[in-house]
Ligand binder design. Structure first.
Ligand code: SF4
Length: 538
């Protein structure tokens, strides 16, 4: 696409968004339909299996959850934030970025991601039990210039979405706002403990318009503060109130374990998030990473089955709660399995090491010595590309958690080194902790995927898209298992006790168990996966 066409597209979208915002109190549905028309026109020629007609129908259904969800966002969000989000996350990242990335993948013959996750610092203002950040202290930092350069290079490849984790990224909030201002065509999301959010920062976020937060929570006050420290839950609630008052877009990031899974998916907890103004809840499966990892925190098979159904039930855009939920471990079908190694994202540590995933601490490349393209072509990332998807079953996506023999093999074959400066862990040690879990999950995952696939095949034939399923599914294929699982796990949940040893939070998690590695897909099938990724915002 030529630059003029890009500029013309952005201008047309900007104009349509302005008109929609003028009508946001009434009849906004007609403007939303016009935006969909524009999107259809702009994306014509791109292979994007998106059911525009169904989207138009659903957005106009005033009884449906989607209409209520959008209505609430329009009423409660600052207009500049709405406009910038629609332009940067919608137009630049989703449309223009996706087209550019696809082209770049062909040119460079390597993975080109849709987003990059960076740790601006290893420093943190809290001292959570089991977290490594306290050990590193403030020793490791990416400079403003280094992060700026990553974004500059990224945009040349079509990457318009950047996330920050840490450490506590808001320790560097002044630099993050500077990045938002300098790259005012990009979108930025920070995973944060929320305790450094204050009125001044909310005003800065509002002025920039392109920064979003995902605030970590592990449950209600007692469980959350046991690990994070007294008073942290209260500070998070206060941060959410400030963000809501200022009309900002934010959500939460939740690491679920065998101990807190019931609490963080309960009606009471989800209703609280909605009431506080959260627009999304990103659920991350506990990963047993690190020499001190607590394997007993891995969810049981029954818990994971229930989790899959529950997350779909909450996000159902016809009957759900009005909260967009993602469980990266169980939603692999919408993103084509594992998204790491630069396929859709990769992680840059506060030491500059470029890791395939926030959970996979091995690398051959560092931003201080390699360009982004060199990073994406490093042997470990190319091994990811060669082997993705790691399993035919997207409910078993991960080369570590559900296919541990694969990570062990590719780390060995590529000679990638551990990037953990505090307590380096061998791939053998890491993967050994996953074998039992992987073998236990495989039969349930295969059964679930088998049941779901017959439905999905029918939907493909009927023209339904991945997005439709994402919006619509309340886990009908898993409802039965959910009910069955509930009785089996109620007893376990009654015995739940808060953890003192959670060794990690946040990040991006997906899973895939067992042994088999998917062979190369045919091009047609690859395109289908790419469509799924895009439909899911990847
Ligand atoms: S957790 Fe596993 S499946 Fe998920 S992105 Fe990372 S490597 Fe891939």
């Amino acid at each position: 696409m030529s630059e003029m066409t890009h500029k013309a597209g952005r201008a047309a979208f900007g104009k349509a968004i302005d008109i929609a915002l003028q009508h946001r109190d009434k009849d906004w549905e007609q403007d939303a339909k016009r935006l969909l028309d524009l999107m259809q026109k702009y994306m014509s020629g791109a292979k994007l299996e998106f059911d525009y007609e169904r989207a138009r129908e659903r957005i106009c259904d005033r009884e449906g959850t989607l209409n209520r969800y959008v209505r609430r966002i329009l009423a409660e969000t600052d207009p500049h934030v709405l406009r910038t989000t629609a332009l940067n996350l919608g137009f630049e990242a989703f449309f223009h970025g996706t087209r550019t990335i696809r082209k770049m993948r062909g040119i460079h013959q390597c993975n080109i991601p849709w987003l990059i996750l960076m740790d601006p610092t290893s420093a943190c203002n809290l001292h959570c039990t089991g977290c490594w950040a306290a050990e590193y202290g403030n020793r490791l930092n990416l400079s403003f210039e280094e992060m700026d350069d990553v974004i500059r290079q990224g945009k040349e490849l079509g990457i318009y979405f950047y996330m920050f984790t840490g450490g506590e990224p808001l320790v560097r909030k002044a630099d993050l706002i500077r990045l938002c201002e300098k790259h005012n065509d990009c979108a930025f999301l920070a995973y944060t403990n929320g305790t450094l959010v204050d009125t001044a920062f909310c005003q800065e976020m509002k002025r920039a318009g392109n920064m979003y937060l995902a605030i970590s929570l592990e449950g209600f006050e007692a469980v959350n503060d046991l690990r994070r420290g007294n008073g942290v839950y209260g500070k998070v609630m206060h941060a959410m109130e400030l963000l809501k008052e200022n009309g900002l877009l934010f959500g939460t990031s939740i690491c679920y374990t065998s101990r807190n899974i019931e609490a963080v998916t309960s009606n009471e907890f989800v209703d609280l998030l909605v009431e506080k103004g959260c627009r999304y809840a990103l659920y991350f499966h506990y990963m047993p990473v690190g020499n001190e990892a607590a394997v007993e925190l891995l969810p049981t098979v029954e818990q994971r089955v229930r989790m899959m159904a529950r997350v779909r039930e909450i996000r159902n855009m016809t009957t759900g709660k009005g909260l967009f939920t993602m469980d990266f471990q169980n939603d692999g079908e919408f993103v084509g399995g594992c998204i790491a190694g630069g396929r859709n994202y990769f992680h840059i540590s506060a030491n500059g090491d470029a890791e395939p995933c926030v959970f996979i601490h091995y690398s051959d490349a560092n931003i201080r010595t390699h360009t982004l393209l060199e990073i994406l072509k490093q042997p470990l990332f190319m091994a990811y590309r060669e082997n993705q998807p790691f399993n035919d079953n997207p409910l078993r996506p991960c080369p570590m958690l559900e296919n541990p023999e694969i990570l062990e093999r590719i780390v060995k074959e590529t000679g990638a080194r551990s990037t953990d400066l505090q307590s380096p862990e061998s791939a053998e040690h890491l993967c050994a902790k996953c074998h039992e879990y992987a073998a236990g999950w495989a039969p349930a995952a295969d059964r679930l995927w088998g049941e779901g696939r017959s439905r999905a095949d029918r939907l493909w034939r009927e023209g339904g898209s991945c997005t439709d399923r994402l919006w619509r599914e309340g886990g009908s294929c898993t409802d039965r298992l959910w009910k069955e699982g509930r009785s089996q796990t109620d007893q376990q949940h009654e015995n739940c006790r808060p953890s003192k040893t959670v060794s990690q939070i946040g990040g991006v998690g997906e899973a895939g168990a067992g042994k088999s590695r998917r062979g190369k897909k045919e091009n047609h099938e690859k395109e289908k996966y790419e469509t799924c990724q895009m439909a899911a915002g990847q």
